[in-house]
Design a protein around this ligand. Sequence first.
Ligand SMILES: [Zn+2]
Length: 392
Amino acid sequence: MVTQEDSSRLEFQRTWGPRRSRSTTISSSSMRRPGATILALACTLPGCGRNFDGPRYKTSHTTITTSFEEPLCAGDLANIERHIEQVEQLLGTSLEKDIEIFLWSGLDAPRTPCPYGRDACFVRATNRVYSDFGSLEHELTHAVVEELGTPRPFFDEGVAVATEPRTLRFPEISPSSQIDLPRDEISYQAGGFFVRWLLETHGVDKWQSLHSGRGNRAAFQDIYGASFDGMTEEYLLSAPWVYAPLLKSPAPGLTENEEGWREIVTLDCSQEDTFGRLDRRSTLRRLEISESGFFDFWTTADGLSLRRLLGTNLTSESETRAALSGDVPLWDELSPAGSTKGIPGGAIQTVWLTTGEYEVAIIDIDRDDDEVVVTVLPHRGPVLFPPTNSDL
Ligand SMILES: [Zn+2]
């Protein structure tokens, strides 16, 4: 959920603020940044980042120190605990020691002790997570599965990506080209998709054995009774096109009425449905569209951000194409990790939605609106199409 909200925030930056692509945040822990390597080497002590002097928070399993003064909301803290508990339950492991989280905004990465020039990581020696909002669940998963062991990076990063709160697209990269590579050369997305497939098709027990051991080709063959390359063949033939998020955190449905949807929404940082990001607060609602069509959105909030949700895996090209249709596709060229559509407050905006579920992020910039109205109505009458060349 943090990432979902984060993508909304990024969409708003895209629409009304400085440009920054979603994929930059998603892959921040995997990107090689030569310039940052020098900084990281100069900063080898955990916690030496100069900017982690914001407020501190305590949850059941973590303490959190931020690099920013603006408060986190109860929803942010609840998301952290929910992710830890869901990963523990799903993967049959448990967090042995409390985690210290050092969280920054995503706009200004402070110095961290993360290796390979990355700016987000889990440091095993100190049980510390350094992350922005976009990589937080990924790093928390590393911490939760740490007690099992540290297999080859392809599998170690794979399980962290597999539990990120987002859909996973089938990657073009074959696992066979990845298993022997060092951490700074692997494709995180290929690892995530393959580990998800292993979990779904061969179960958690075998995955646990894999993660507990060396996680190399020989160990793989012992555990799965098939060579890694043989299993890769099976994977390439049988994997789905898209995996729905593995861990669920459903938002409440937007209140329906006879004509459509209308709700007076309360934003309250002390409530677990409210999230804080620097100067913004937001909350999430779910919108189920049973029949494709144009819909009019209107809000007294500063803006909305729409995102398509996926409840089940997509196993065919036609299902995938359907999920990529409409004004709010599952992803697009600009946002391959998941796209969002921003709607500014105060004006009706007409949006073409195809059948499916959507998340509506309701956004309060400057944290100055405690109650806002959101309405969504099926559009009546024609819709003005953009002019064609012959009109100009
Ligand atoms: Zn990782």
